[in-house]
Design a protein around this ligand. Structure first.
Ligand SMILES: [Zn+2]
Ligand SMILES: [Zn+2]
Length: 648
């Protein structure tokens, strides 16, 4: 580098939007010192254009720079990465370091993991590993970063085949790589890390699982150890409590107990089968959105599961989404399972000529889509290959954006409030790279903002976070145990109408492009169903419950009356427990099956022609008139009440 080059200045953009001029060779840490010496010495890491990097990384001209200190949200992530290193160091201390091969060990949203090959451990060994990690933390080793040449790195990693594979890829990009060391142990790693192992607060190892190298089932299955780390014991305790609560509600276990769905080896990974009880719940969810859709003037359409790939070329999915699609040949033609419903709906719109007076056109479909997620990532109903979207696509004039989005927002909030879900909203605006004119973007963003203002609920603006083809409103909601979920989205699209050459004839007799809106109220049924199972812990509100009422005869002598009573409720999902069993057992079974109401009938009830009613909170009332209970059930079902109030 010549003398004049090294004195060149670059400018980085700070979070408040201001620019900071620094030497061209300045690192993230140097930038922090430029801002202030206090910040300089507090710097743990940095973010360059949103990517978490080590403080030793050079800044570059025009980069958005954020300094990470121990006060930043990302600090936990940095510390957890260091905790993952402590785990690998502990493993190599306690097991045969020659035999065990290291794979990868990143931080995650909930903690960290490290993958090992040739490591023979089970859950009983975790306590010893944890104790060893605590010694490493106690020893407070400096965590040191070192930049080495590719050749040098190859020598150091001679016994680590997986690391060598990673190194090979890094060597294509750079001439040097970085190692982080602590005590006797080191790892090929880009960082960032905390300064010393003593900075790691409280740790806990959580579980052992199998994981394919690079998530590919053709590769070796390795041993993954999961753990987490927090700044102190009390944060860790809170996390473990929440985790236990989440496990109690795990939809896979409850789904199995309630016989809602299964995912079987013989039918394929990520391909859920809904059993009658599960489909009953799904059907109620479908009917609910169908009512909302019909009220809002949607027309139902239906498209097949598979299309010729010509369609995906036209929509752009083939170019951008091919790796996530199931594609196959039939004769000379190529076909693909649909990963999205939109192109099919655009094709339906395109098959007509429209006048401005016909718009808006609103299509709805419960459309099954297929996306090829990595097998290792598949989990219950939360990550699947096949799922159904309660999809809706609108084709509208630009002046109709406000009214239509308003309507959609009302539908979405109606859904979220029905399930007692608190929500947040955000408007994602135009990113740097985008299609569509300035005029249409400005007009669209203005209309979306005015809808959000009028809606009255707080919202955030996520500057530049929109899709390249249009701005969107994102919902996020919170479940009963405070977990946050990505919710429905209202997405404007200026691109697909272009690609499909969609037109309508305007008042001026000229052809115009409609704006397309993609919207879903639940998003995917699978994910929403999973969330509801966990949100309610399987105790669905009456209108959703697969079995709403169960009649329990006290003895076989009351069986006839039990059937007679069940008949009175035959517009509900009602069963009679006719097993030869004690009342106590029948009550427990109904409770385990999460049936909202039990009707108990014995000699007294039969004589008086009434019933006893017991709810799932174990409250019981005697001498209830059948008509009174009916009236209550109808109201609770039809109002979609979440909290029953009959016996409270
Ligand atoms: Zn690392
Ligand atoms: Zn769509």
């Amino acid at each position: 580098m010549s003398e004049s080059d090294s004195q060149q200045q670059i400018a980085v953009v700070l979070p408040d939007g201001s620019e900071l001029e620094v030497d061209a060779d300045a690192t993230v840490e140097d930038c922090a010192y430029e801002i202030g010496p206090g910040l300089g010495s507090d710097t743990v890491a940095g973010k360059l254009d949103g990517d978490l990097v080590a403080k030793e990384e050079p800044a570059y001209d025009g980069a958005e720079l954020e300094i990470i200190t121990d006060q930043s949200d990302e600090y936990l992530r940095v510390m957890r990465h260091s905790a993952a290193h402590c785990l690998a160091q502990a493993v190599e201390r306690l097991y045969d370091a020659e035999e065990v091969k290291l794979a990868i060990g990143p931080p995650t949203d909930e903690g960290f993991y490290y993958d090992f090959d040739n490591l023979d451990v089970d859950e009983d060994d975790l306590a010893d590993l944890e104790a060893e990690m605590e010694e490493i933390i106690e020893a407070d080793y400096d965590i040191e970063r070192e930049e080495v040449s590719i050749d040098e790195a190859e020598d150091r990693l001679a016994d680590e085949p997986y690391k060598l594979e990673l190194l090979e890829e890094l060597a294509e990009e750079d001439e040097t790589v970085t190692f982080y060391s602590q005590g006797e142990w080191e790892d090929l790693c880009a960082g960032p890390h905390v300064d010393s192992t003593g900075e790691i607060g409280a740790i806990e190892l959580l579980e052992i699982a199998g994981a394919y190298w690079r998530g590919d089932e053709d590769n070796t299955m390795q041993t993954r150890i999961y753990g987490t780390a927090f700044e102190d014991e009390s944060d860790l305790e809170d996390f473990l409590e929440r985790k236990q609560e989440a496990e109690k509600r795990d939809h896979r276990r409850i789904g199995n107990e309630m016989d809602l769905f299964s995912i079987q080896d013989v039918t394929g990974p990520g391909l859920p089968l809904y059993h009658p009880a599960g489909k009953t719940v799904l059907k109620e969810l479908e009917d609910f959105v169908e009512t909302l859709n019909k009220e809002a003037g949607y027309d139902y359409v239906e498209t097949p599961h598979v299309f010729k790939t010509d369609l995906w070329h036209r929509s752009g999915h083939y170019e951008n989404y091919q790796d996530d699609m199931f594609i196959f040949d039939v004769g000379d033609d190529e076909f693909g399972l649909k990963p999205m419903n939109c192109p099919g709906h655009a094709a339906i719109f395109q098959d007509h000529s429209w006048s401005y007076r016909d718009l808006p056109i609103r299509y709805a479909e419960n459309g099954k889509v297929y996306r090829k997620e990595q097998r290792g990532e598949l989990s219950g109903l939360s990550r699947v290959w096949a799922f159904t979207i309660d999809d809706g696509h609108l084709f509208i004039r630009p002046d109709q954006i406000k009214r239509e989005v308003e309507e959609i927002m009302d539908m979405i909030t109606d859904v979220l409030e029905t399930f007692d879900l608190d929500y947040e909203m955000a408007l994602a605006t135009r990113p740097e790279k985008s299609v569509g004119s300035d005029e249409i973007w400005e007009r669209a963003e203005e209309q979306l903002e005015s809808v959000l203002e009028a809606h009255g609920h707080e919202y955030e603006i996520e500057e530049g976070d929109g899709a390249f083809y249009g701005p969107k409103i994102d919902f996020a909601f919170e479940d009963a145990i405070g977990r946050s979920w990505d919710g429905p989205t209202v997405q404007l699209d200026f691109n697909m109408p272009e690609r499909f050459d969609l037109n309508y004839v305007g008042e001026d007799n000229e052809e115009h492009r409609p704006v397309m809106i993609h919207r879903a109220l639940y998003g995917s049924y699978e994910r929403f169903f999973m969330m509801l199972i966990e949100h309610y812990e399987g105790r669905f509100p009456l209108w959703l419950a697969p079995e709403q009422v169960r009649v329990l005869p006290i003895s076989d002598a009351n069986l006839g009356y039990a059937y007679q009573v069940a008949n009175e409720f035959d517009d509900f999902r009602v069963e009679v427990d006719d097993r030869d069993s004690t009342l106590e057992r029948k009550i427990r079974a109904a409770h385990d099956d999460r049936v909202p109401y039990q009707i108990i009938v014995g000699d007294n009830e039969e004589e008086d022609g009434n019933i006893s009613v017991r709810d799932r909170f174990e409250d019981q009332e005697y001498d209830v008139e059948i008509a009174d209970f009916r009236a209550h059930l109808e109201a609770e079902r039809d109002e979609q009440r979440t909290e029953p109030d009959f016996l409270q």
